[in-house]
Each structure stands twice: as C-alpha cells, then as structure tokens.
Design a binder for this molecule. Sequence first.
Ligand SMILES: NC(=O)c1ccc[n+]([C@@H]2O[C@H](COP(=O)([O-])OP(=O)(O)OC[C@H]3O[C@@H](n4cnc5c(N)ncnc54)[C@H](OP(=O)(O)O)[C@@H]3O)[C@@H](O)[C@H]2O)c1
Length: 295
Amino acid sequence: MSRRAVVFGAAGQVGVELVRELRRRRFAVMAWDRSQVDITDPMAVQNALADCDAEVVFNAASYNQVDVAEKEPQAAFLVNALAVRNLALACRQADAQLVHFSTDYVFDGSARHPYVEEDPTHPLGAYAVSKLAGELYAQAYLDRALVVRTSGVFGPGGLANGRGNFVELMLRLAASPNPIRVVGNHIASPTFAPLLAARTIDLVGGDHSGLFHIGGGAPISWFQFARLIFETAGIDPVLLATNEREYRTPVRRPEYSALSNAKMERIGLAPMPPLRDALLSYFAERPMAQAAKRG
Ligand SMILES: NC(=O)c1ccc[n+]([C@@H]2O[C@H](COP(=O)([O-])OP(=O)(O)OC[C@H]3O[C@@H](n4cnc5c(N)ncnc54)[C@H](OP(=O)(O)O)[C@@H]3O)[C@@H](O)[C@H]2O)c1
C-alpha cells in the first residue's frame, strides 16, 4: 500500500515540487493551496487531516514577504508561527509526522562558516522571528517533527504562481536598459526547489526527524549568483555590485547566511550539485512553467 502524504501550501515553489516528487515516488498525496485550506484556521486544518489518515504532513505554506513583515508583523506571525501550532496540534491528534520548512534568516549573519544546525539563532526582524517561532511550535508539540531550514529558494513554481523568485527578478531587470545593482557582500545558499523537495522526502524516507539544513551547496554572494544567472541564460546586462549602505531595505538581513549541508550528507543523502547545474535545470523547465502560467 502506498504511503499517504499531505501537502499544505501546495501552490508555492516548494509545495508544487513536493507534490510532484511525492507522486513520482508513489505516495498517495492530498494537496491543498491557500484557497482550499488556510492553515491559519485551526478547524480547517483539523478537518482536512481528520479525513485523510496521513502518515506525513508537509507544511510548504509560508508568509515570505521579508520587508512587508516589518509593517505587518502580526500577519507574518499568524502564518509562520501560530498556524504551525495549528498543524502541530492536528498532527499530534492524527498521529502524523509534521515536516516544516524554515529559513537561514533565523541567524544574524555574524558567522563566517556555513551555519550548522547547532549554531545559535538570533533573528534580525519580524519575518525571521516568526519563522523561528514556527520551528519552536513544531518542536514543542511533537517528538518527531522534521524541520528543514533552507535559503534563497528558486523553482519553476515561483514563475507559475506569479510570485517570482530571484532568478525571475534578475531576468525582468535585465529586460530594461538600466544597470542592475545587486548586493555583493551578502552571502547565502540559493536552493533549487526540486532538489530541496527531493532531499526532504529522502529524510522522511529514512525516518529522520529533528532539525536539518538543506541549502544549495556552495556559499555565494547575491551579486555572484546574479552573474551566474546571466551567464547561464546567455545574456550580458550591466551588473554592478552594491551593498546595504547604498541599497537600504526596511529590514536588516543577515550578511552571511550560507547553510552547511554536512549533517544531511553525513547520514547519506546525496550532496547538492553545483549551482550552475541547478540553474541549467531551472532554465530547461522554465518554458513549461511559462506555458502553465499562460494557461
Ligand atoms: N523563498 C525563499 O527564498 C525562501 C528562503 C528561505 C526559506 N524559505 C522557506 O521555504 C518554504 C517554502 O517557500 P516557497 O519559496 O515555496 O514560498 P512561496 O513560493 O511563497 O509559497 C508559499 C505558499 O504558501 C501559501 N500560503 C501563504 N499563507 C497561507 C495560508 N495562510 N494558508 C495556506 N497557504 C498559505 C502561499 O499562498 P498564496 O500564494 O495564496 O499567498 C504560497 O502558495 C517556506 O517555509 C519559506 O519560509 C523560502
């Protein structure tokens, strides 16, 4: 009999890849986007889980507007923290494993090595605080929750749902004649959504729980990532490095938030391929995502 899985937030970049990969691996999948189940509604979550006898529940839903969250911290907290409590309580009731996603922004960026799971957290803004609270809620009510922190997610789902991602932002800017300025002193681990989904399901398959980092592999600055995007796309717009003093945003972001995949690799999961390969896959899938967007 196939294993039964549920995906909340199924229309997001990670949600669509989880659904695709779970189905590929012959899971029986129930998947809901926000219009079908709003995870901030405890009864909606409870009812959804009551009917489906799921073994594993993936929460790919998230409030991800890092800057806007400073104006509406309650909205971020509702989705990223209190709704995770709803899910954790419902999973406890249904005896299902909760798989929850979190962020590199739980760190303050003062490290100069890729962050490991044991590093102390110190979020710098409302979005980051809400995501850390979500981790705590998942762990507070459940003994076997799996929490996966990731970084700079890009996947074809971002194109289809119109929200976009960093790759799409760069391509859009490249279509205008103005020079493109990207921070050169902020380092992260941009992560390809299909690979994140596959490694996360590997963890579930291996019966793992606890906290894991799954980043894109090698640390890279946003400026270097933009350059790699343009090289891979075969275009050559004017690209200039900037920094947060020149380019101010409403929220402080960690200067260094690369994630170490060492724990994931130690238990036998395949290392992430080079970022260039992930971008090649992204560009190979992009026409299909564009066609889906056009309907
Ligand atoms: N994107 C990144 O760069 C990044 C970086 C680090 C960590 N992460 C983490 O990775 C995970 C997946 O992110 P992603 O890139 O896939 O995000 P995404 O593309 O923005 O998808 C998030 C999904 O959550 C849905 N959602 C929002 N509020 C909801 C609610 N109340 N009930 C149900 N669904 C709701 C959204 O629906 P609507 O479209 O209707 O709003 C959207 O489909 C998140 O936990 C995120 O924090 C992402």
